[in-house]
Write a protein that binds this ligand. Structure first.
Ligand code: GUN
Ligand code: ZN
Length: 560
């Protein structure tokens, strides 16, 4: 399995996931296929939605069919994940198959990702039962790890007890599963207990390996995707599209509607464009058509989320989505209790400015970190907005330039540049960096370029933060002592870095652990010899765990 981050925001990531040579991009949806109730075939899904990963239930298959190869049987060449019958276990209390048998069966039929027979304890079962069930689940996980040939899900249980979820995450991490589903959350979803869901996800994330995908087991409603992706969930499985269709219910990213209560079809998918509400209700194919709309709505939300991760606007997007249900709004506020953990992984510099959408914006870890970094600046804090008291020199600098601030013109001068530099790189650095420099303005009459003998730095228009040239990097390298703002490259890649190739995570040896993703950094060799400068693409914790992906996107290298 390969899992490689392409873009990130919050704890969310757009990543490449490769299993058995088949590539998909996460976050992603795995539609549940039930061959006993065929509604939309995998082939049709592939054609309509470009579905490249599906999930089926191996216990149901085992009971009802004689299967040699799952890909042939389902006529699907994408990734096939199978569940184990755990859900039937939760519903009926008992099933007639052992953990060993169901794992061996999944080996036999050639699934891409198997699941062992975990015990999904209901959230509010008593503590003793939850603990007993969890011990059995962990034992079964260990057994399955030895029996399974290929990728394996390591489902995390522990009911609503956070100490058990932590224990499960720590123990299961030892067996190096390929994907970590968070289990038994369906009852919480049915009850809209998104606050408990948020606490469970964040507890598990904190103790699971950051370089493995996390699947929110049984979650298929688009209402909760944005929030749970922000919290670090990568995979979702949806039976909801079909179950809800059977029940006359219409899925949207802002909630569930009953066709009988609606006047219009407020969507532009092919189904809702072709049919009026009355025609849809009268159609003989109503259930299938409704299931198709439900899938369109579900895939659409995933695409919007991925787009917003690339834009680094996921927090803004989530703050709009949580307004679709009060329980989501309360759940969002739970994030505050996990701010330290999230802050270390969340990018500190974003492509999109911070939107102040209301009181809850204050809980973002980035706001806390920015306030901490304001202490680097000695200039008087003479300006304020709903989030910050800050020096006017930072009025155009991210994140102080919150959307909605309009009346902020001020005279840029060398002093204001020093303030920005101190904020970005540390107290006192601005004065030293800007010694014997001249500035050049942009066409819009704003200071944009800092020159010594050559160009040293550019003040980026988007967020009024500095990017360095190789001469600028040399100057900063002299000003800041090791290990500040540095990422050390392994000796073997030094020639490649000097050619301007990116530093890969695998070859990043050590780094300033206070750095945050998307900051401008210095790249050095093992003797603190400067090689170049660029943008840090991962957080320090991700640098530690990810073998794959770019660590520093190189902007400029020193000329030898
Ligand atoms: N489907 C929904 N929830 C669960 C769970 O906790 N475990 C398994 N195996 N499947 C599920
Ligand atoms: Zn539609």
């Amino acid at each position: 399995m390969i899992f490689e981050i392409r873009a990130k925001d919050g704890l969310g990531r757009v990543a490449k996931l490769s299993i058995n040579g088949k590539n998909i991009e996460t976050p992603c949806l795995m539609p549940v296929i039930n061959p006993n109730l065929p509604l939309i075939t995998p082939k049709e899904m592939k054609r309509l939605f470009k579905t490249d990963i599906i999930i089926a239930n191996s216990y149901t298959l085992y009971k009802s069919f004689d299967i040699e190869n799952i890909h042939k049987f389902l006529d699907f060449d994408g990734i096939i994940v199978t569940d184990s019958g755990s859900f039937q276990l939760m519903q009926y209390g008992d099933i007639d198959i052992t953990n060993k048998e169901i794992v061996m069966y999944q080996n036999k039929i050639g699934v891409d990702v198997a699941t062992f027979l975990d015990i999904p304890t209901k959230p509010y079962a008593n503590y003793e039962k939850a603990k007993r069930d969890l011990e059995i689940t962990i034992e079964r996980g260990e057994e399955a790890r030895m029996l399974r040939e290929g990728e394996l899900n390591g489902t995390i249980q522990g009911a609503a007890y956070l100490d058990l979820r932590k224990y499960a995450s720590v123990q299961m991490s030892k067996y190096d599963f390929d994907i970590y589903p968070i289990g038994a959350v369906v009852p919480l979803l049915m009850e809209y207990d998104f606050s408990k869901l948020t606490e469970i996800i964040l507890t598990c994330k904190k103790y699971l390996p950051i370089n493995k995908p996390v699947h929110l087991f049984g979650a298929g409603h688009p209402l909760i995707f944005a929030l749970t992706v922000l919290l670090g969930c990568d995979l979702f499985d949806s039976a909801a599209y079909a179950l809800y269709a059977n029940d006359n219910r219409y899925l949207t990213s802002y909630g569930t509607k009953n066709l009988n209560d609606m006047k219009y079809l407020p969507c532009s998918c092919p189904i809702c464009s072709e049919y009026t509400l009355e025609e849809l209700k009268a159609s003989e194919e109503k259930i299938k058509l409704l299931a198709l709309h439900n899938l369109y709505a579900t895939y659409e939300e995933i695409k919007k989320i991925k787009e917003s991760i690339h834009e680094n606007s996921l927090w803004n997007f989530v703050e709009s989505r949580i307004r679709n249900h009060p329980r989501l709004y309360y759940a969002y506020k739970k994030i505050k209790e996990y701010s330290d953990y999230i802050g270390k992984i969340d990018p500190f510099i974003k492509n999109t400015s911070l939107f102040y959408t209301g009181e809850e914006t204050k809980i973002r870890p980035l706001v806390t970190e920015a306030k901490k970094r304001l202490k680097r600046v000695s200039t008087k804090r003479d300006t304020s907005n709903p989030l910050f008291n800050y020096p006017k020199a930072l009025a155009f600098t991210f994140p102080f330039n919150i959307e909605g601030d309009i009346d902020l013109d001020f005279d840029q001068n060398v002093e204001s540049l020093k303030t920005i530099f101190d904020y970005q790189f540390g107290r006192g650095t601005g004065k030293k960096f800007l010694k014997d420099t001249t500035v050049k303005k942009s066409k819009t009459n704003r200071i944009r370029y800092i020159y010594g003998k050559e160009l040293l730095a550019t003040l980026r228009a988007r967020d009024n933060l500095f990017t360095l040239t190789s001469e600028g990097a040399k100057r900063l390298h002299r000003i800041l002592k090791y290990p500040y703002y540095r990422v050390m490259a392994s000796e073997q890649v030094v020639p490649f870095i000097l050619e301007g190739r990116d530093l890969l995570s695998k070859f990043a040896v050590s780094w300033d652990t206070d750095l945050r993703a998307y900051e401008e950094v210095l790249v050095i060799d093992s003797n603190d010899f400067l090689l170049g400068t660029g943008k840090l693409m991962l957080s320090p914790k991700e640098l530690e765990y990810f073998e794959r992906g770019v660590a520093v996107k190189i902007r400029a290298t020193v000329k030898l």
